[in-house]
Design a protein around this ligand. Structure first.
Ligand SMILES: Nc1ncnc2c1ncn2[C@@H]1O[C@H](COP(=O)(O)OP(=O)(O)OP(=O)(O)O)[C@@H](O)[C@H]1O
Ligand SMILES: [Mg+2]
Length: 496
């Protein structure tokens, strides 16, 4: 069968099949992408989204099926895992192919002139001469998007571009996509945020287990519950609710008048056992620095810190020994050994943590514990699978499993549900609730403000290195947080 490409199609794919060993990642997938439209692609972790993206962009060959494009359709991809070079400058990253040259030398001026309007459109205000690795994760992600735009594509494919972006950057991306589609460009947009689907996309395709569960439906014809049902093939999981544990013990997290030069000033707060406390702030506001103090990753110049009764941890290793678990947002950098099996990853830190004085469990016992955890997290794959073979969201689950295995007293989470699907998000929220109910003190940062309102008992708002207030109870809403983060004031009725 031949796919017919009409004049407004940028790409038509038919009956794509792809297996990895015994795993059938795509099983007869059709998709049609039209110029001038944002087409959202959604589905659970492991549904086959990134595999489809790789086939459409020709970085992977299908076992069967065909992909047709119009002859002049240039395809640019922003892949799920950042693919930039941390040691090169922003400028060098932006022009990986054919950088402008003058007299044989790289023409930095020409590069910057070409890049400036694109960076401005994305609201990325950076010095193009700095090494990319020095930028925050969100800016690195925007740089990757800028690089794709600089290729002037006819089809732009974005595989979970917003998972590390703050809300303001998502708004800018939305505007940029509108401009692009206004010029007739086709966009394929992979995301787990269904509200973004409803906001950005004209059409949506849902993949489930490598098959199309909903094919190119117009946005007006679907709503979020229908998308969830198509993704999961059943009714959506209930939202996490938990019983609060009221424990009267010395708080596991105590910061008192803490100073970190240039980052934190006069920061005082505690987290009690059984509490889930959010930290919120704009980029550089200090909320992440406070988490770094708790994890032993930042030196403190003044003030008192006590973590799980062990005083101030001077390294992540000390913090882990004291009973801290740290789930980072950047799983590639800190999280995983991708060429090892799942069980080896989940047990690396528990060796360290459980080595606190006890006897180390046997290998069989570690594999068994891993199997328990992966089952709880509904991880696709068993203890003996290679992490490199898991989908992005399933890799994130391994990072979480690894820290849960340490039976922590203090849990520090930075964007724990970045890149996971709605089902797993609810599951991770339930697990956070369980950890707290079991007596852990939990600290949570999230670029997704809704997550803070759903999971936390209260949230501390940071502005320019200080805690400017706290929101809790009915006031703990996205709106209230956003306003406090911007203005540095917390509305009346909030506990200051
Ligand atoms: N290189 C690989 N080797 C073996 N299996 C793979 C490989 N890449 C992906 N898979 C498997 O193929 C299936 C689809 O993976 P894919 O990465 O396409 O999912 P996804 O929909 O992008 O998920 P996520 O939302 O987690 O990113 C999964 O079962 C995954 O484990
Ligand atoms: Mg993926």
């Amino acid at each position: 069968m031949t796919a017919e490409v009409t004049y407004d199609d940028a790409l038509v794919a038919r009956d794509l099949v792809k297996s990895y060993g015994g795993v059938r990642a795509l099983d007869g997938v059709d998709i049609r992408l039209r110029g001038g439209e944002v087409h959202a692609l959604v589905g659970e972790n492991g549904a086959g989204k990134s595999t489809l993206v790789r086939i459409l962009s020709e970085t992977l060959t299908a076992d069967a099926g065909e992909v047709r494009t119009t002859p002049d359709t240039r395809i640019a991809v922003v892949s799920q895992e950042l693919s930039l070079f941390r040691d090169l400058t922003v400028r060098e990253n932006l022009f990986p192919y054919d950088p402008p040259r003058r007299l044989g030398l790289l023409d930095r001026g020409a590069m910057d002139r070409a890049a400036r309007p694109v960076l401005a459109e994305l609201g990325l205000d950076v010095d193009t001469g700095v090494p990319l690795g020095e930028l925050p994760l969100a800016d690195q992600q925007l740089t990757e998007i800028a690089r794709a735009l600089l290729r002037r594509p006819g089809l732009l494919i974005l595989d979970e571009p917003t998972s590390a972006l703050p809300a303001a950057a998502v708004d800018r991306l939305e505007r940029v996509l509108r401009t692009l589609t206004g010029r007739g460009i086709a966009v394929l947009y992979v995301t787990h945020f269904l509200d973004e689907v409803m906001r950005f996309a004209q059409r949506v395709t849902v993949l489930r287990d490598g098959r199309v569960a909903l094919a190119g439906a117009r946005r007006a014809e679907v709503d979020v519950p229908e998308l969830v049902t198509a993704m999961l093939g059943g009714s959506p999981p209930p939202p996490a609710r938990r019983a609060r544990a009221e424990v009267d013990l010395p708080p596991p997290v105590v910061l008192s008048e803490v100073e970190v030069p240039g980052r934190l000033s006069d920061v005082t707060f505690t987290v009690r056992a059984g509490e889930v406390v959010g930290v919120a702030g704009l980029q550089g506001a200090g909320h992440l620095d406070a988490l770094a103090v708790v994890c032993g990753r930042t030196a403190v110049s003044a003030g008192r810190v006590d973590i799980a009764g062990h005083g101030l941890p001077r390294s992540l290793r000390e913090a882990v020994r004291a009973g801290v678990a740290f789930v980072p947002s950047d799983r590639k950098r800190y999280g995983l050994m991708v060429d090892r099996e799942v069980w080896e990853n989940t047990t690396t830190v528990s060796w360290l943590a459980l080595g606190r004085g006890g006897v180390l469990p046997s290998r069989a016992e570690l594999v068994r514990r891993t199997a328990d955890l992966t089952e709880r997290l509904r991880l696709r794959g068993g203890p003996h699978d290679l992490v490199a073979r898991l989908s992005g969201g399933n890799q994130q689950k391994v990072v979480i499993a690894k820290w849960l295995a340490t039976e922590p007293k203090v849990v520090v989470l930075d964007d724990p549900t970045r890149g996971v699907d709605v089902g797993v998000r609810a599951e991770i929220h339930r697990i956070i609730g369980e950890l707290a109910a079991g007596g852990a003190a939990v600290l949570l940062a999230s670029t997704d403000l809704a997550e803070l309102t759903e999971v936390c008992d209260r949230a501390l708002v940071f502005v320019r290195g200080r805690v400017v207030g706290e929101v809790r109870g009915e006031r703990l809403t996205e709106r209230e947080l956003a306003v406090a983060m911007q203005k540095g004031v917390v509305g009346p009725g909030a506990v200051g």
